[in-house]
Design a binder for this molecule. Structure first.
Ligand SMILES: [Zn+2]
Ligand SMILES: [Zn+2]
Length: 212
C-alpha cells in the first residue's frame, strides 16, 4: 500500500475499483445475471394441485392423432391458465409438478415437446433450464425469449447507441435504458410541470383579482 514496490498493484486495484462503478462493468455483470436468472414463479403447492385437479381432468379435449391433451379453458399467452384461490397458474406447470417432472418450487421451464402450448399431457412435457428452453425454441425456429432479443440490441428505440456511457441500468431490474432519452424525458417532464405550475398560478391570480 503506497510503497514503491506496490505502486503497480495499487493502481491495478484502483483501476479495478473505478471500473466496477462504471456502467460498462455493471452492464456485463448485471445483464449476465439477469438473463440467466430463473423465472420467478409461484410455488405449486399440494393445495394448488388439489384446487386445479378436477378442472385439469375434465376441461380437456384429447387429440387422438397427436395424443395432445388440449386444455379447453382460459388461456394465458397460449398456455392453460387456471385461477386457484384467486391466483393464476399455468396448467402445464401444475401437471408437471403433479407428475413429478419437477418440484413445486422449481424455477425450471416446461418445454412442450409437441410444440402445442395448450397441451397438458405430461408425456409431452419436459422440465428444462431457461437456456435449454431458448435453445430448443431457437432450433425449432420458434420465436424465443424477448429478453435475449433485447440483450442483443445495440441501439435504443430512437437509435442512440448503448455505449457504456450512454447506458443506464435500472436498479431493480438491471434493464438497460438510454441515458440520452432519459435526459430528454426528464427535461420534458420538468418543462411540463413548470408550465402546469404557471397555469395554476395564473388561475389563482385571476381568482384573486376577479370581479367582486
Ligand atoms: Zn401435446
Ligand atoms: Zn435513446
Amino acid at each position: 500500500m503506497g510503497t514503491g514496490l506496490n505502486d503497480t498493484a495499487f493502481y491495478q486495484e484502483r483501476t479495478h475499483t473505478t471500473q466496477s462503478t462504471t456502467a460498462h462493468h455493471l452492464l456485463d455483470a448485471s445483464t449476465a445475471s439477469r438473463y440467466t436468472m430463473p423465472r420467478p414463479t409461484r410455488p405449486i403447492t399440494p393445495d394448488v394441485i388439489a384446487g386445479a385437479l378436477h378442472r385439469l381432468q375434465t376441461r380437456v379435449d384429447i387429440d387422438p392423432r397427436t395424443n395432445c391433451v388440449n386444455w379447453t379453458g382460459a388461456l394465458g399467452a397460449g398456455y392453460a391458465a387456471l385461477n386457484v384461490n384467486g391466483r393464476l397458474y399455468s396448467g402445464h406447470r401444475i401437471i408437471a409438478v403433479l407428475f413429478k417432472l419437477m418440484p413445486g418450487d422449481s424455477p425450471l421451464y416446461i418445454d412442450h415437446t409437441c410444440m402445442n402450448k395448450r397441451c397438458i399431457n405430461p408425456e409431452h412435457l419436459n422440465a428444462v433450464t431457461h437456456a435449454e428452453n431458448n435453445k430448443r425454441a431457437w432450433e425449432r425456429g420458434e420465436s424465443f425469449d424477448i429478453a435475449l432479443i433485447n440483450k442483443n440490441k445495440t441501439h435504443c428505440p430512437r437509435g442512440h447507441e448503448y455505449t457504456p456511457d450512454n447506458t443506464y441500468l435500472r436498479p431493480n431490474t438491471a434493464m438497460r435504458s438510454c441515458r440520452t432519452c432519459r435526459t430528454a424525458q426528464k427535461r420534458k417532464d420538468y418543462l411540463r410541470a413548470k408550465a402546469a405550475k404557471q397555469v395554476a398560478n395564473n388561475n389563482n391570480n385571476n381568482k384573486e383579482e376577479g370581479p367582486q
